[in-house]
Design a protein around this ligand. Sequence first.
Ligand code: ADP
Ligand code: MG
Length: 324
Amino acid sequence: MSEFELIAKYFIRPGKNVDLGVGDDGALVRVSNDVQLVISTDMSVAGTHFFAETSPYFVGWKSMAVNVSDMAAMGAQPKWATLAIALPEVDDAWLAEFSRGFFACADTFGVELIGGDTTRGPLNISITIMGEVPTDQALCRHGAQPQDEIWVSGRLGAAAFALAKLQHPKQFYYVDESELKELLPALHQPIPRLNLGLALRGIASSAIDISDGLLADLSHILQRSNVSARLIWENIPSVRLAGDHMYLNDLQQKALAGGDDYELCFTAPAHQHQTILNLSSILQLPISCIGHILQKDELSQSQCKVFMRDGTEIKLSHTGFNHF
Ligand code: ADP
Ligand code: MG
């Protein structure tokens, strides 16, 4: 199969929302009035972001989902994407499942594939996503203010526990097979919190999606906003496991520093508290107030501290994923 047959077979579909889609030297799209275009790129590399043997449906879903998650974190409506893919060989069965997962996610969140590039090489998927946000309403990392409340959606740690169990089954023996089955969708088929991100326009003062772990990602907000933060462990919504009371350290490690959650962490002024709780029930999504923003130098030594309700501070061995 030639490169062009491959593109036609797996990646060309009739386009909506696009004046000229796949097939020319460039795509033509029409941007709405009074919006800003939001652009973000995320790459998924075999061996780094997923196992080469991961079901290609999930590879397709997740490589799109992590990009949609960036739009959610910006409060942007995703619209268009390009897909640059390097494939070691033409494997029809793999491509058919990959494109099925990719388009399942794209369709769920209203994204149109408008172009890309296809080459031979080690399996690598790079997606650029484009979306729209009404001018000046984007949720940015730099807007957190002292006294703002810090919130997080969903439950943290499921993807990290699933990955840990797959990689070190003996060490995580207390996660049983039926629990693993419940944890795996968080790792393989994350649901970006797009409805929440869109609803937070005008409410949140800053936002980020959690890809590298709560503390690592929150620290980006703190850095960009020039503030610090105090969190309360018992308020942080962690995944529930039968053995978790016996393995509190693992639970804290995974919930605070585990990657791949794709929940949103955001800040908002305290007067928005009830509005956010109402949003939680409308969206049927847990949204938890986990702490407060402080002035930059209110904490000694660090920019973020996590305390147990009894006042003891939690110290972690790793605070988040870092590629280098
Ligand atoms: P060019 O030589 O101009 O870079 P290509 O031959 O690489 O064009 O691609 C032909 C068309 O197919 C272009 O419109 C490009 O955007 C699209 N395309 C290539 N690979 C993909 C892909 N994986 N997914 C979607 N569209 C793709
Ligand atoms: Mg090309």
